[in-house]
Design a protein. Sequence first.
Length: 272
Amino acid sequence: MRKKKNNRKVKNISIVKRVKALKNKIFYARLKSAFESTICFFRNDDQNVVAPAGSGVFIKYKENYYVVTAAHVLAEYYNETFVILHDTELTIGGQLYNTEMPKSGMRADDKIDISILKVDNNSATKLLTRFKALESCSEIATNHNLSNAASYFSVGFPLTKTKKVWGKDEIKSIGFTYQTEPILNYEFKKFGFDSLSTIAIKFDGQVINATNPHPHFSPNLAGMSGSGLWHFYDKGKKALIGIIIEQIKETGHKAVLATKIDIVLKMIDGIK
């Protein structure tokens, strides 16, 4: 684990505040809980200024801790990527496993696009001082049958919502959620994806979220890569069903795509 001397503080002041604004209070506890397991990654940009780099989900599975994200967020940038815990930058220690680089040599052509970091004990202890690992088997849903209802949520940290506070050595990290429904007949093959491994959800740029229960335009979704796709069901229950990896912007095919959590768990089960 890397520990840098420079101290920066991240304020997630918006998470609870924004979620509380939901008119439908039934979602509040589940959104708050999902945020507690969601990590915001950072890297230094070309000017050596800390900048957000994507999202990830912290889970506990079969007694081990993992951070799951999109491969294009972490695979080729692991050594430069860190999280901010309280007032310290930390690179999460452990073993990194990624989906295979496509023959093109371009991560953008990776249609599974998953990185899994098996977190070492020291790093897990530190992460647990700020994040809550998703560990209930009932909250990780394999073989999920998609329902034609707006009961699906993505929870993450868009790049445009995470900024340095002017005049202070501080980062303000603002979480964002969007509520949506799946596209049951999406043309995955047109874009090189497979319905057996991928979920498509509706996203046309107009959303309903915590601060505004009326349809409005969302922020740019860059930075949401690696965030979780959650299904909210029954009274107070939620389940992680996928990891957000891509946004399709082509007219007539607009969607956000997620790799099914089944694929992620199979990758984890293959780790020795």
